[in-house]
Design a protein around this ligand. Sequence first.
Ligand code: KIV
Ligand code: ZN
Length: 540
Amino acid sequence: MNVDRDRIIIFDTTLRDGEQSPGATLNVDEKLTIARQLARLKVDVIEAGFPYASPGDFEAVQKIAAAVGTQEGPTICALARTRREDIEAAGKAIAPAAKGRIHTFIATSDIHLEYKLKKSRQDVLAIVPEMVARAKSFAEDVEFSPEDAGRSEPEFLYQVLELAIAAGATTVNIPDTVGYTTPGEFGALIRGIKENVPNIDRAVISVHGHNDLGLAVANFLEALKNGARQLECTINGIGERAGNAALEELVMALHVRRQYYNPFFGRPAESTEPLTNIDLRQIYKTSRLVSNLTGMLVQPNKAIVGANAFAHESGIHQDGVLKHKQTYEIIDAESIGLTQNQIVLGKLSGRHAFQTRLQELGYSLSDDEINKAFVKFKDLGDKKKEVTDLDLESIVNDEIQQPPELFRLELVQVTCGDRSCPTATVTLRTPTGEELTDAAIGTGPVDAVYQAINRVVKMPNELIEFSVQSVTAGIDALGEVTIRLQHEGRVFSGHSANTDIIVASAQAYVNALNRLYSALQNSSPGSKKSDRLSEAVATS
Ligand code: KIV
Ligand code: ZN
């Protein structure tokens, strides 16, 4: 591998660390859909999962490696603890990829060694070269991470990294696992590694960081100035606890402020050569896709991709922007693929126009998916005069977000009003093909629908999040409902869009319940992801 690359390597871990966000569990098809979009976004590396964690993770990594890991496509990476069985699973899962990577890790901070691993520093110094060499027997491209590097003793860290590189690691990743460091400290840590690890020139320095103090992006930018060349990040910043560094924020900071960053890469300040390979116009679409499929909403004031990121409320700002855009706008919304609400199609548009527009928007769907999406489009065209790109995107996202259809919503009917008790009737087709109807009252129409569905499905759960967002402006807009429910400590999400928000709410709830049901069906002893993950946490 050329370690002197002149562009920053964008390593996306949405499907691994991002998927560790509570409730963000994705099925294999959804992971594949996101991986395809990440390839369109042109990330350099996709960390597709942790194959040893569960058979589902293994399958997802293997399928992504086969379908997305082409010679021109991204490198497909799999995570493994420094354990033989993990490394073997990772090696097998990435085998179909033209460019595969194994990412193996072990903690190096005293607090992790003493309380979590119950291992000595000497143990780590013995394990690392052996397991990196083992990973090397499966893949030429091996990444090593000293977990909790941000709180590890630097001299010990240098020793571990030197051994990892000597054993064949081509990337050494420095994680701020608990999001504890400050930008100055993190930059100094990277500089220390560059200056004190004798063989560091044989590896790419990477950074990985969590956002517990809201500093992950700032830490990474400082790390770049001190020699890091790979950034590990997620779409919308999703991930464990407060999440990871957000890809879109890093990439746009490097784009908008490239005159500032260029000299750190040996370029003249005025160079217009991009610092990353990312196709900026895919950013917004990727953000929406990940949000819809994971059920993790993007906060309205989120940098770059939040609903308000380009909205100007105050009169002074509006006046300024009308006179000259850059008075208050440093980013052109179109540069991240946020098109105006273009009217593209109407109810008379045919299948060909529909398919062509989807292709122009970057979607490549199977015939079956196009057929299903077209039915929804026609249905929407009947209710809504103008169907915009955002509507199309919502229809397609709904179509490709395919939780296993165990229960199917056949009918939902509600009566409500200020003088009546909200009452709902629902009919569901059960996994055995039976049609069951029940009715319930509730505090409002949505509550009544959910009570009625619960009477049919009989799966105890607590609704912990419910949100409705309108896709476009106007009374006939599609309403997107995203919900999260909890069952025995596990969180499941559901998403749906409809011009009738009661129908969207019912469908989103059924989608989440289907995920819950499918997870329970798949969790046989020995294959339960949560068990394997807790084991991983205890022994990595
Ligand atoms: O946060 C972390 O330390 C990780 C490692 C596995 C890289 O996710
Ligand atoms: Zn992490």
